[in-house]
Design a protein. Structure first.
Length: 84
């Protein structure tokens, strides 16, 4: 089972690799669009990366509501949790 911290670390590493961001810029509070300058094409790349890492896909509609790195962490966390 992945913790929120595990997911954050995976996302941070992905953002550094995919978008050439400095690791210290990728914080839980960072706004994807304003602080990290992620655009819609980058968001699709990130969704694809998450799918490859987790085997689960975040729906594009669900991704529209995320604003911060923490929002993405929460979305992925709920996606990978086993359902009771």
């Amino acid at each position: 089972m992945q913790t929120r911290e595990d997911i954050f670390n995976i996302l941070r590493d992905a953002m550094v690799e995919l978008f050439e961001l400095e690791p210290e810029r990728v914080t839980l509070e960072a706004n994807l669009y304003q602080d990290l300058e992620i655009d819609s094409i980058d968001a699709v790349d990130l969704i694809d990366h998450i799918k490859r890492k987790t085997g689960k896909k975040i729906a594009a509609e669900a991704f529209k509501s995320v604003r911060t790195v923490n929002d993405v962490v929460e979305a992925v966390y709920h996606l990978v949790q086993p359902h009771a």
